[in-house]
Design a protein around this ligand. Sequence first.
Ligand SMILES: *Cc1c(COP(=O)(O)O)cnc(C)c1O
Length: 801
Amino acid sequence: MTKYTKKEFDKLLKERLNSEYGTTLDVASNQQIYRALAIIARRLMSAQHKKFQSRAYGTGAKQVYYLCMEFLMGRSLKTSLFNLGLNEVAEAVLSDAGIKIESIYEEEPDAGLGNGGLGRLAACYLDGMATTGICGTGYSILYEYGIFKQKIVDGWQQEKADNWLPGGQVWLKSHPDQSIEIKFDGDIEESWEGSYHHVTHRHYNSVIAVPSDMYVQGYDGQGVAKLRLWQAKAPDFDMNSFNAGEYGSAITKNASAELISKILYPNDNHREGKILRLRQQYFLSAASIGDICQNHLSQWGSLDTLPEKAAIQLNDTHPTLAIPELMRILLDECGYDWDKAFDICQRTFAYTNHTVMSEALEKWNLDIFRSTLPRIYSIVEEMDRRCRADFEKAFPGDWGKINYMAILGDNQVRMANICCYVCHSINGVSKLHSQIIKDSVFHDYYLYKPQAFKNVTNGIAYRRWLLASNPGLTKLLSETIGEGFKHDASQLSKLNAYKNDKTVLKALEDVKKANKVEFASYLEKTTGQVIDPNSIFDCQVKRMHEYKRQHLNALNIAAQYLYLKDHPNAEFAPKTYIFGAKAAPGYYMAKQMIRLICKLGDLIDADPAVREKLRVVYLEDYNVSLSERLMPASEVSEQISLAGTEASGTGNMKFMLNGAVTLGTLDGANVEIAAAAGKENEIIFGMLTEEVNQMKATGYHPTMFINSDEVAMEVLNFLEKGWNGESFHEVVNNLRTSDPYMVMADFKDYRRAQADVQKLYADRTRWNQMSLANIANSGVFSADRSVLDYARDIWGAHPVK
Ligand SMILES: *Cc1c(COP(=O)(O)O)cnc(C)c1O
């Protein structure tokens, strides 16, 4: 990779500023400097990508295509410069001109093309593929509006449109020459010519998918990943309608085509049954499959070899239609017979499941599906007919099983069943979750094709949350264990040798303290809220959702408040509870939970008797950039979902890497985090998955837990009554009557665990040791490791040398 001296980089930047804006470094605005640096980085990565890919094709390396409706990229400038090895030289050049590079980074908007964990995982895997030298391309939609920006007004969430392109487009290069036509609606006409089956799609509406590319540079190496984002454009303006005087219809056609890439649906772990969402899904699937086939054909001449040269990973069921779309191309456009086409699909596609909750499992109404995608429907129908025949051979006469496993049923198209029937690999995202899908949701498919079921535990682009976000810890680590951990996260384990080293433990505490001071000052500067860096920073940041149980955290805060009111002189380590979460705009209960947390914070803040000991802050607009600021300052990582509901979690990994102690249930990857760091270095509470299942089977009644627990009763009564004319009876009623995520069953043990936090924190050496154990054993949660697991166990891909 080209290395630049300070002088060379200075020249490069000045040339760019001059050619783009006709300006010079001393008078350029921060925005102009940001753009100039972004263009420099993008061009270097684009050139590097070209070299990397030609080397890859030269060696016949397998291409990995990662399809996902969401890529939560966050900012790119800092990590691109880091991974290009240009961050120091850029900082020095700017510093000479009297400019702080941090203020340039602040100019960049977050690319928020995702909701939360799922989209962030996809972004982390591009970084992992680039760094490990796997040829990776991500495909998604170029949403004009990303995830909404959140404001909290008097405890209520308000959503503001996220118009990110004006600042973000500088990373994108459009390639209109590589556009793909996508056909919707209309009807199909089938005919036979001897044994040759003709299908004609008539009266369809076309949408043009125009690609724009951005790049992700691997750390200090040759690898670069590409993210290809599709934008929906109307085909040439419909002159016929226009000339016929149908102005309205001509214009509507135009607008409805372009609506497809207008906005990201803001639902996390919840399906959206709208036709526009189905159109988005097919748009992404068909554009990407069209592009993959064209690449493959231009390189190898025939789709016969697709499974040897390409692996397509479907990240969740959202891009499932890629499967029938590839079938369509093989059957209708290339003349393959069904069996040969199906065999190619089976060996090419792999599927990652991300949730077992039924409200998130993707299903489409048959009639909507058929009228929107007539040819795809007829392929899916044939697939259903054949899968039923196959299942009958495997499970003769077991109609319950066959109907449950079938692709069509209950007047719906079941996307997960298409994936399970076709894909050669079905993986969960943590050991526990991969076991659960075999035991429950996909149990019958597990019996049918056990060899397809796999696990790849999630991982994070750890350099983003360590090297680029926590310079204090990075420096301490370099001085203690050398530089190797920057390339190879497993080398973090060298820190274990220092677990009894007083100097290192104290240095770790000092780094954390400095980061807390820094975060407190950022918070005060940006929001006016004052928090005490000497208090424990206890954080729960993630999407707002009942299954994640932010209300369990809130109940404990209320209990602590009532306790401190009764016992003003009690010994109590001061605590700052930090929340950050967006709720889906239509998710009523989640919005009530936000209001509860905010109002609890206001109540405490207005009470001089408790405010020095307890504080609650709600961070507005939690996003990737905010998480990069918070993680270094965190001490307690709240991972308190009901066991069996969080597939993996990745926030838990970011916290662990930064030395926070997990206060959590044995759910998702928490199980592996506790195993890696040692159970004694986390604070675990609550029911196990088996206990949850047991309790559900015998019938769960929250009152059983409430009536035998005085604190629970007192807290619920307190919240139900409310204060200052506000009540929280919706949340309380829900917990008293249905409590679908068994908050009340875990409440008592959660309070015990919170009390343990207080005790453990009082012994600072012990706490620092726990923190050290977390950092030292977090290496396995690197996305580099995850990607190499996928490459070995699923893709059959190898790093390009
Ligand atoms: C990591 C991350 C998430 C995922 O958090 P979980 O706790 O795993 O749900 C969500 N949103 C953002 C912005 C993130 O960076």
